[in-house]
Design a protein around this ligand. Structure first.
Ligand code: XMP
Length: 504
């Protein structure tokens, strides 16, 4: 494998991810991992990651003695390059300007850049620079601000780049990583199957003979996790799916049909009365969320006691969640989300989080391998509080019934017209507004519903989706014709910000 030594860069996992995309197997080890540990991996090459330190600091992290004497190619990125240069006898100083953001290479060449043509935009984030080149090295790239932007010693197979080839802001960076893999002669046959095997093995090692509890939300992450865990520990997994009555039409049946036949011990809890009772008469959005969170924990706790005791609680935490909550590799904080924010102490579990190193699209690939049907695998996100935050004001069984039918028409329509995958999330909202209309020869006085569809990469900001007018018109007709409680349909044309994606 290729060994990535982590010196604390926020991008270290991205390096591994790019290698995976290129089909190469890599492992991330702490920057100071002992030589023997690295040798266990039969390294074909070593990457020194970036990091927040300066190489001239006393406490600067270093690879263990002997690691850089291994006769394998080495790629230093940012801090890694500075370390490589300093260790080989060059100088690194807080010189010139701090460079942060995109920079154009004014010149590039050499082995690392082989096959790259045209302009090269590089993502920089550094205040130290290599100011004197070590012997045997040459400069192979420069920018206006950084004369030593990339270096190599092809004889010893040592390479360094000051910028980050692994981030998307360096669009041609993947070619550099591929060139490095070629120098390493790393086989490019690492596939999703391998990743599944590795994850299964990891879970088996962690869990041993223990029992695992998992909350199922119906989304892709928890469903895929259920399939993976079922493969790893069989029926020592109990997956709990709480039907709070705020799900979409047919959702519970779909989840059951997808997971049970594939060997997941799924316990579906019908908690509809409990939730709707607790929500009756409540119209404040935050109050609704709180009630749902509280009832959720109650219901989950009850099942945990009923089927337990459990040693482990599984969570579908993804790598971006890990970065955002800045949990890093250390103590895992339970994602509050809607499921298991505040379980009592006597239900103290250890966490199993096999997806902590993966990105969403990788989970989707794994899901395909494990047999998760596409309608769940490629599903838009759905909020934990479900339809409760899409019914403005108080929630009644009648309103829920109306919204479920509207939502089903809209979402099925998006699929039918092949627009579903072109937006990131789509939803229907039931407003408390009633207005006058005319149908047949009769005056109506009924509810207004809103449709919303957005495009976004990260759900932090979003644009309203430019759905075709003809499609919107068809949806409007269908909704008003089939859902008699609705006589007016509007489309939400607000971005986020200033609006949020959900209406509550
Ligand atoms: P907003 O409305 O904040 O939504 O723009 C951003 C994304 O988060 C989802 N969302 C939630 N998910 N519990 C969840 O699990 C919640 O309380 C919640 N509120 C919003 C929303 O569907 C969108 O994908």
């Amino acid at each position: 494998s290729v060994v990535i030594l982590d010196f604390g860069s926020q991008y270290t996992r991205l390096i591994a991810r790019r290698f995976r995309e290129l089909g190469a197997y890599s492992v991330i080890l702490p920057g100071n991992a002992p030589l023997e540990r690295i040798q266990q991996e039969s390294p074909l090459g070593i990457v020194l990651s970036g990091g927040p330190s300066s190489v001239y600091d006393e406490s600067a992290p270093k690879p263990a003695p002997g690691v850089l004497d291994l006769d394998v190619p080495v790629l230093g990125i940012c801090y890694g390059m500075q370390f490589l240069a300093q260790q080989a006898g060059g100088d690194v100083k807080r010189a010139g300007r701090r460079e942060y953001g995109k920079a154009d290479l004014t010149r590039y060449g050499g082995q690392l850049f082989e096959g790259v043509v045209g302009e090269f935009v590089a993502w920089m984030s550094h205040s130290d620079s290599v100011t004197r080149l070590p012997e045997g090295y040459e400069v192979v790239a420069e920018t206006d601000d950084t004369p030593v932007t990339a270096i190599e010693n092809t004889q010893r197979r040592r390479y360094g780049v000051q910028f980050h080839p692994e981030v998307v802001h360096t669009p041609k960076g993947t070619q550099l990583l591929l060139n490095f893999l070629k120098v390493c002669a790393a086989p490019l046959d690492w596939t999703a199957e391998h990743i599944v095997e590795e994850l299964v093995q990891g879970v088996q090692e962690q869990v041993g003979e223990g029992k695992v509890l998992l909350g199922i939300s119906g989304g892709v992450d928890s469903s895929t996790l259920a399939l993976l865990l079922a493969r790893a520990v069989g029926d020592r997994l109990t997956a709990v799916f709480i039907d709070h009555g705020l799900l979409r039409l047919g959702e519970r049946e779909q989840v059951e049909a997808a997971l049970t036949p594939l060997g997941v011990h799924l316990v579906t809890v019908d908690a509809r009365e409990q939730f709707l009772g607790a929500l009756a008469g409540v119209s404040d959005p935050e109050e609704k969320r709180k009630i749902i969170g509280r009832e959720f924990i109650r219901a989950f706790e009850k099942e945990a006691r009923e089927y337990g005791p459990f040693d482990f609680l599984a969570q579908g935490t993804l790598y971006p969640d890990v970065i955002e909550s800045s949990g890093g590799e250390g103590a895992a904080n339970i994602k509050s989300h809607h499921n298991v924010g505040g379980l009592p102490d006597d239900l103290a579990f250890k966490l199993v989080e096999p997806f902590r190193t993966l990105f969403k699209d990788e989970v989707r690939q794994i899901a395909a391998l494990l047999g998760l049907p596409d309608h769940i695998r490629m599903r838009h996100p759905f909020p934990g509080p479900g339809l409760a935050i899409r019914i403005l004001g108080d929630i009644t069984p009648e309103k829920l019934d109306i919204l479920k039918r509207v939502d089903d028409i809209f979402i099925s329509g998006l699929r039918e017209f092949r627009l579903y995958d072109s937006c990131s999330q789509a939803l229907a909202v039931l407003t408390p507004i009633r207005s006058v209309g005319v149908m047949g020869d009769e005056r109506t006085y009924s509810y207004t519903c809103a449709l919303r569809a957005v495009s976004t990469d990260d759900f932090m900001t979003a644009e309203w989706a430019r759905l075709p007018y003809d499609f919107l018109s068809t949806m409007s007709n269908r909704i008003v014709n089939q859902v008699h409680e609705i006589n007016r349909v509007v489309y939400d044309i607000t971005g986020k910000p200033p609006a949020t994606i959900e209406w509550e």
